[in-house]
Design a protein. Structure first.
Length: 140
């Protein structure tokens, strides 16, 4: 399974999280066993690692989104956009092995697939802001 497909899986899990406020282990089992039959251990490791990173840093991630979403409050964003942004910020801030431009491109592709016509510009702008903020902020 490609990293793109694994990102799609993470997006869907983040979307459920945005609706329910929790990651459902049963959904994760279904995602792994039914929807993503071709998922190998590397892909599933990426999925679980990204979920773990969000759970460990959710306040910081949502704060980065809020600080870079000019005039938009996280609580008023669509759940699709918020889910894509959470995925993107997880990768940008906590995955040193993924180039930031790839993250932005992949998140824009998710927006094209799942969100409105205006979402791709919004996603691109917020994630570019996160990268800019990361470059001026010292690492933890």
């Amino acid at each position: 399974m490609s990293r793109r497909s694994a990102r799609d899986t993470v997006f869907r899990l983040f979307y459920e999280y945005a609706i329910n406020g929790a990651f459902n282990p049963a959904t994760m089992d279904v995602m792994r066993d039914c929807f993503d039959k071709g998922m190998n251990e590397n892909a599933w490791s990426y999925v679980m690692d990204t979920i773990d990173k969000y759970q460990s840093h959710s306040e910081a991630i949502d704060s980065m989104i809020q600080n870079n979403a000019k005039r938009w409050n996280v609580s008023h964003m669509t759940k699709v956009e918020l889910s894509i942004l959470r995925l993107g910020v997880c990768e940008i801030m906590y995955s040193d092995d993924i180039h930031e431009k790839i993250t932005i491109n992949e998140c824009v592709e998710l927006a094209k697939k799942y969100a409105s016509d205006k979402s791709e510009k919004f996603i691109n702008g917020v994630l570019a802001g996160v990268i800019g903020a990361k470059e001026v902020t010292p690492d933890d």
